[in-house]
Design a protein around this ligand. Structure first.
Ligand code: NDP
Ligand code: GDR
Length: 359
């Protein structure tokens, strides 16, 4: 794990960011984005029995190398003392709280844990930032909270910053709590704290049990003959799907404003899971109806039917707009997974793995 240094070789202070959830989809894109901007990036990672830094491997530089600007530290959103220690040690200019048990379906099965990490975890990190500022008399630390369109839940679209929250899962309820903790720390202590209310965003790095990636993984494997069927739940749900690489820029922009505020980030276009299937299977000339079967296991006890954001405020105030559209996003994900399936096939054909194993 890395040592901590705050100054560039020139003597000019380099900006420093601390990211929870750095090993996740958004964490990896945000790290790339901030490194590109010249930041030193510190990430909190959880201990696991195997390394789980695959999304960061391509930008990893050994910390013994003086050019390393990404540094990883063990910690957890359930561990307040570790959070405080890393805020004290790193003295970041900006903190991005992206860490979460982020799967809506799983949150029905692990509700306590989800609340602990997503809701109380945000509170612990806000408290670490607040008490650090109070005890050191240091300048402001800017804080970003990863909020979610799931907070709108049952409230019909279009959803913007003034839309009423009606969360429909333990995950979404926990995100609502994290949202209000963030607002409260801004109002009570003058903390520079922003909520980004981000609608679904995907990429070739999306976790494989979210519906988009589950579909594009299956398209690649079915096309190449490694798999026959894809089992899914509710195909009628509609989501506002954007590209994760575009969305991390909005997170950063929020922290560059004069005043902290909350912003919706969305493409303003919504598609059903069925439409995603049509586009993804169609991209490789397959008919999804011949491959998809419904498994009630994937239905949720309460569903979010329709999300479509209005990102007018982000467009006007942040000057942000998405660059990647729906068709381009699906093409990018299917192409990535076709390539991966081709690599898998080489291993299967040569007897290194069987077709049920992941390489
Ligand atoms: P991922 O599931 O890909 O990543 C979640 C990250 O949180 C991982 O790095 C994970 O670590 C980490 N994490 C999980 N539990 C803990 C814990 N107890 N302590 C510290 N870190 C933990 O999510 P995304 O990158 O897609 O999303 C980033 C954030 O944005 C999340 O908060 C998510 O809820 C929110 N969000 C996401 C949207 C999306 O469409 N992607 C939309 C709106 C909000 P590990 O690798 O060890 O599992
Ligand atoms: P979501 O994403 O719940 O919107 O949360 P997910 O991809 O899991 O579900 C989207 C919709 O697809 C339906 N669905 C299935 N979902 C999964 N995962 N697996 C299936 O087999 C399946 N079949 C149908 C779901 O019911 C749902 O309606 C994501 C996460 O990234 C959150 O962390 C984030 O806050 C929100 O997006 C915005």
């Amino acid at each position: 794990m890395g040592t901590v240094s705050n100054t560039a070789g020139s003597g000019k202070k380099k900006k420093t960011a601390l990211i929870t959830g750095i090993t996740g989809q958004d964490g990896s894109y945000l790290t790339e984005f901030l490194l590109e901007k010249g930041y030193e990036v510190h990430g909190i990672i959880r201990r696991s029995s195997n390394f789980n830094t695959q999304r960061l491997d391509h930008i990893y530089v050994d910390p013994h190398n003086s050019s390393a600007r990404m540094k990883l530290h063990y910690g957890d959103l359930t561990d307040a003392s570790a959070l405080r220690k890393w805020v004290d040690t790193i003295c970041p200019d900006e903190v991005y709280n992206l860490g979460a048990q982020s799967h809506v379906g799983v949150s029905f099965e692990n509700p306590d844990y989800t609340a602990d990490v997503v809701a109380t975890g945000a509170l612990r990190l806000l408290e670490a930032v607040r008490t650090h500022i109070e005890s050191t008399g240091r300048q402001q630390i800017k804080y970003y909270q990863a909020g979610s369109s799931e907070m709108y839940g049952a409230t019909p679209p279009p959803q913007d910053e003034n839309t009423v929250f009606h969360p429909r899962s333990p995950y979404a309820v926990s995100k609502v709590a994290a949202h209000w903790y963030t607002v409260n720390y801004r109002e009570a202590y003058g903390l520079f704290a922003c909520n980004g209310i981000l609608f679904n965003h995907e990429s070739p790095r999306r976790g494989e049990n979210f519906v988009t990636r589950k579909i594009t993984r299956a398209v690649g494997r079915i096309k190449i003959g490694l798999q026959k069927k894809l089992f899914l739940g509710n195909l009628k749900a509609s989501r506002d799907w954007g590209f994760a690489g575009d969305y991390v820029e909005a997170m950063w922009l929020m922290l560059q404003q004069e005043k902290p505020d909350d912003y919706v980030v969305a493409t303003e276009e919504s598609h059903t899971v069925e439409e995603f299937l049509e586009e993804a299977f169609g991209f490789v000339g397959l008919d999804w109806k011949e491959c998809v079967e419904i498994d009630p296991r994937y239905f949720r006890p309460s569903e979010v039917d329709n999300l479509r954001g209005s990102a007018e405020k982000a467009r006007k105030v942040l000057g942000w707009k998405p660059k990647v559209g729906f068709k381009q996003l699906v093409a990018m994900m299917v192409s990535g997974d076709l390539e991966r399936a081709n690599r898998e096939k080489v291993l299967v054909d040569n007897g290194y793995i069987d077709s049920h194993q992941q390489p």
